[in-house]
Design a protein around this ligand. Structure first.
Ligand code: DGL
Length: 275
């Protein structure tokens, strides 16, 4: 599929990356964006490294074919399990002038500005936690920072099944928050390391002591992309700017439109796509 547009590609396993795209559009509405959700194969959280890597690579290739020069993996699980291999092994073969970025690095860069105790917590899917990507990335930038992680496998299903505002959600949120804080009572900042979790933030705050800061990724990743485009004019110049936002899903577009509005109110044109 060829296109006269050269949009910024935004990829996620399903709906969650819409929380990131929403912030891109708010901060930089002038660009064109293609959002691709692999809803037919989501969630990625419980899947193996190999599965997440090969699904993500298929999506990246598709977005390149559709005219993107830069793609953001707006999914923590894909960023954790696929980004590095794609950047190091695949991109040089596909086209070394194209770029694929993730959400973990910008979140880690930001955490240094938040913590005073140098003790931080990560909440994420099982896949993100097991990959150890956050602690590894943090160790490079902040070698003295103490990191504790907690996998919250029930949180994505709570959001996907519209239970996130219901009393049943409190049970799982309180349980995971308590379990994280029990690991380290000096934690003063927590990264919401999953795209779905911003929808749970009011309930999460209910179970956190008021001194603990919560970092949502959307705004941080958007600021980081803006800065990246400023520092890389050779990429920026290739991104077309007609404020066209298109949405593609590997599953049913009607359902995507309905469900996706919970994450982002900017969804208009949704089409089915095969990977
Ligand atoms: N988008 C995923 C993430 O940020 C959550 C949903 C999934 O497990 O696919 O980790």
């Amino acid at each position: 599929m060829s296109s006269e547009l050269n949009p910024i590609g935004v990829f996620d396993s399903g709906y969650g990356g819409l929380t990131i795209l929403k912030e891109f559009i708010d901060l930089m509405p002038e660009y064109d964006y293609f959002y691709l959700g692999d809803n037919a194969r989501s969630p990625y959280g419980p899947r193996s490294f190999d599965a997440v890597y090969s699904y993500t690579l298929e999506a990246v290739n598709k977005l390149f074919e559709m005219g993107c020069h830069i793609i953001i993996l707006a999914c923590n699980t894909a960023s954790a399990k696929a980004l590095r291999t794609i950047q190091q092994n695949d991109l040089p073969k596909i086209d070394h002038n194209k770029r694929v970025l993730g959400v973990i690095r910008p979140s880690v860069e930001a955490i240094g500005k938040y913590t005073l105790t140098n003790n931080i917590g990560i909440l994420g899917t099982r896949g993100t936690v097991i990959s150890n990507s956050y602690p590894l990335e943090i160790a490079k930038l902040f070698p003295n920072m103490k990191v504790n992680q907690e996998a919250c496998p029930m949180w994505v299903p709570l959001v996907e099944n519209d239970e996130f505002n219901m009393p049943g959600a409190d049970y799982f949120i309180e349980k995971n928050i308590n379990s994280l804080l029990k690991k380290n009572n000096k934690i003063d900042s927590i990264i919401l390391g999953c795209t779905h979790y911003p929808l749970l933030s009011s309930k999460i705050k209910k179970y956190l002591p008021p001194n603990i800061k919560l970092l949502s990724q959307g705004k941080i990743v958007a600021e980081s992309l803006k800065d990246y485009l400023l520092r890389h004019p050779e990429i920026e110049i290739k991104c077309t700017k007609s404020s066209i936002y298109k949405f593609f899903t590997t599953d049913n577009p009607t359902i995507f439109k309905k469900q996706g509005r919970k994450f982002c109110d900017k969804i208009t044109d949704v089409r089915h796509i095969n990977l």
